[in-house]
Design a binder for this molecule. Structure first.
Ligand SMILES: Cc1ncc(COP(=O)(O)O)c(C=O)c1O
Length: 421
């Protein structure tokens, strides 16, 4: 089994970009997310190299991992950002993404969020309904600016992925259907407060086939022609994100080269291609470092209880997602088959089911791989568990980039009325 290139076994134990994970656990305790800045940069480079020669802009999907240090790294590398809330927008600005490189998507932006986006002068607000378009127009009139709009389209495509992750299929809440897209184009063409700058879609996440992207691209091109018929000239076509990674450690992940080749043949003139990867940039650049608390058997079934659960890593419980789990130092002896579970009071708190593992004892360290995307960002305080630390390995050093939370962090913001009880 090949691990990620930044994870190497040396002298019998796993190292992250040259640093023993044992040392990271001793210094920052567990559970702890560990990220590799070098791997994130390699992933960015792969996109740039693959699409070289095409007018392409890369916007990082902040939701995959909004950690300030990761955002700063990507902003300094010249990427743009795709955000889905006022909170993500402010994080992106704070990390140094120029407002002109930020796109705001999402189906339920509030008026306050739309106003914030306009006042900050971001690249585009991707509108998802006629009502939102009209609300944006009204706000831009009040502010006295012309709102830069992208239309988020629902192309009615069903790529092969988990149903929760197929966001461009018929019946999904996202985007405008063809009839509303037509109406939106006509509306914008008549408006002096709205300016169409782009067309956008996002067909889903963790997709491994090229074909649905090419179908989505053809759909974008068709709507581009319609926009031009209305006298509008959007300057970008945004194919969204969703490029899958190889969670099993086998197989190459999404065939980016095939996508680039397909797009090269069908690139309309006068527009830039925009991509919004999240997972493909940070997914395999992160791991969750956990410690075994106990091993036990219940009615003959073996369990390994670790100090992280679904509140730290929700993907297995939410999507039945598979993450490789490897010991930091392998013990010798026959393997055991066990469920790896967390401390949360839910049957769904299972990080791996019937997994063959080398023998384990209380105190052993395990690395849960490929958890850089939608790991920390989906974590919660469920069961009142403070979140663990997060560490970025950068230029041969392990940097604490988010401190471990305390109980104070759990109750921050709570108010107990004085005359209660
Ligand atoms: C609009 C949009 N763009 C990009 C992404 C990033 O997807 P991924 O992390 O799978 O690349 C998402 C994820 O939900 C999204 O909703």
């Amino acid at each position: 089994m090949s691990l990620s290139p930044w994870l190497v076994e040396k002298e019998g134990e796993l190292h992250a970009d040259g640093i023993p994970l044992r040392e990271i656990a001793a210094r920052f305790r567990t559970p702890c997310y560990v990220y590799s800045a070098a791997r994130i940069r390699e992933n960015v480079e792969r996109f740039r190299k693959t699409f070289a020669g095409l007018p392409m802009e890369l916007h990082y999907a902040v939701k995959a991992n909004p950690l300030g240090a990761i955002l700063c790294l990507l902003a300094r590398d010249g990427l743009g950002a795709e955000v889905v809330s006022g909170g993500e927008l402010l994080r992106a600005l704070r990390a140094g993404f120029p407002s002109q490189k930020i796109i705001f998507t999402g189906v339920g932006k509030t008026k306050a969020e739309l106003e914030l986006a306009l006042r900050e002068g971001i690249r585009a607000v991707a509108v998802e309904s006629m009502e939102e378009l009209k609300a944006l127009e009204e706000i831009s009139r009040e502010i006295g600016c012309c709102a830069r709009v992208a239309l988020r389209l629902n192309p009615a495509l069903s790529p092969d992925t988990h149903p929760h992750l197929a966001t461009g299929r018929p019946g999904s809440k996202f985007g405008l259907d063809p009839r509303d897209a037509e109406e939106a184009l006509a509306w914008i063409a008549r408006s002096s407060d709205l300016c169409l700058v782009g067309l956008h879609l996002h067909i889903g996440s963790q997709i491994l086939d090229v074909e649905p992207y090419l179908a989505a691209w053809r759909y974008l091109c068709e709507i581009l022609r319609k926009a031009r018929d209305h006298g509008l000239s959007p300057s970008f076509l945004d194919l969204g994100g969703g490029f899958g990674i190889s969670y099993g450690g086998e197989g190459p992940g999404f065939p980016l080269e095939e996508l680039a080749a397909g797009l090269r043949e069908e690139m309309p003139s006068g527009v830039t291609l925009m991509l919004e990867p999240g997972r493909a940039l940070v997914g395999d650049a992160g791991l969750l470092l956990v410690r075994v608390l106990y091993t036990k058997r219940v009615h003959e079934k073996a369990y390994v209880v670790v100090d992280a659960g679904m509140s730290d890593l929700l993907r297995p419980a939410l999507y039945g997602a598979h993450h490789r789990i490897v010991p930091v130092r392998k013990r010798t002896g026959p393997p055991v088959k066990a469920d790896v579970v967390g401390p949360i009071c839910e049957n769904a708190d299972v990080l791996a089911t019937d997994r063959e593992l080398s023998p384990l004892q209380s105190g052993d360290l395990l690395a849960i791989l490929d958890t850089g995307a939608y790991g920390s960002s989906m974590s919660s305080h469920y069961n009142s568990r403070p979140r663990g630390a997060e560490v970025l390995v950068y230029r041969g050093k392990a940097h604490l980039v988010r401190r471990r939370e305390t109980v104070e962090d759990l109750v921050r913001g709570e108010i107990v009325p004085e005359d209660l009880g």
